[in-house]
Design a protein around this ligand. Structure first.
Ligand code: SAM
Length: 243
């Protein structure tokens, strides 16, 4: 297909995840705004603004979905740069490409349907690799992190933006109420689908918290690993470099 589809092992959980995102692809952007009160836009802007990237760079945005991160990255790499948007789900890629065209972004983008665990790219082929709100859905996260390191050039940066562990004790019950009571209702209201949003809340709770993800990045072989909490730890941005 025009996405440059490569045949890669997908697996049962991955198929399920794929279906979850197929069912929400069209409503995905609206839901993000509703669930986070628009704050996800601020997180994403900060994430891209603070990434190590220059004009003319080649960047891989994994689990790129509908392309929020890719569009922001394009401004940073400029006309000479190139963004590869990789996602396991063809429907999300299709919506992403349409959105990108609507934003007037056509040149300098490539869309590749791929599993983060099996990247169809040569070693050292990117200056920066990002994954935003995607690692949580990957079955073998260690494997995906190793793949991110492999395709990165020496000196390049990898960045992970993901839901994490809320830090303040007083905020935890409020956050739980929002996640398990409000979210599924919003999902039903906007997307006619509460199950996908129940899955979302659960996947956030199961995702490794800040220190653990940092240790996983170190174990994968990344250098100078660090993280920063955003909005009290609702989200954290992890960074690592390839030596
Ligand atoms: N990065 C986008 C953003 O921040 O708006 C999209 C995030 S969306 C919550 C998660 C995306 O991860 C979905 O588009 C889904 O298809 C993709 N995904 C899930 N598992 C994946 C995997 N193993 N490899 C690549 N992409 C995956």
């Amino acid at each position: 297909t025009h996405f440059g589809f490569r045949d890669v092992p997908v697996g049962e959980k991955q198929k399920l995840v794929g279906e979850v995102f197929s069912s929400v692809a069209g409503k995905y952007d609206l839901m993000n705004d509703a669930m986070s009160l628009g704050i996800h836009r601020v997180w994403k802007r900060w994430f891209v603004a603070t990434a190590q990237v220059r004009k003319g760079d080649r960047v891989l945005d994994l689990a790129g979905g509908t392309g929020d991160i890719a569009a922001l990255l394009k401004d940073r790499v400029g006309d000479a740069g190139e963004i590869v948007l990789g996602d396991i789900n063809g429907e999300m890629l299709r919506v992403g490409r349409d959105r990108m065209t609507d934003r007037g972004n056509v040149r300098g983008f490539e869309y590749v349907q791929c599993n983060a665990q099996y990247l169809p790219f040569p070693d050292a082929s990117f200056d920066l690799v990002t994954i935003a709100f995607g690692l949580r859905n990957v079955t073998d996260k260690d494997m995906a992190l190793r793949e991110m390191l492999r395709v990165l050039r020496p000196g390049g940066q990898a960045r992970v933006l993901e839901f994490s562990e809320v830090q303040a004790e007083w905020f935890k019950p409020i956050y739980d109420f929002h996640s398990f009571k409000v979210l599924p209702k919003l999902g039903k209201l906007f997307a006619g689908d509460s199950d996908s949003y129940q899955y979302l809340a659960e996947s956030i709770r199961k995702h490794p918290p800040q220190a653990q993800l940092k240790a996983m990045m170190e174990a994968a072989g990344f250098d100078r690993c660090e993280f920063r909490n955003l909005t009290g730890g609702i989200v954290a941005a992890h960074t690592g470099y390839k030596v």
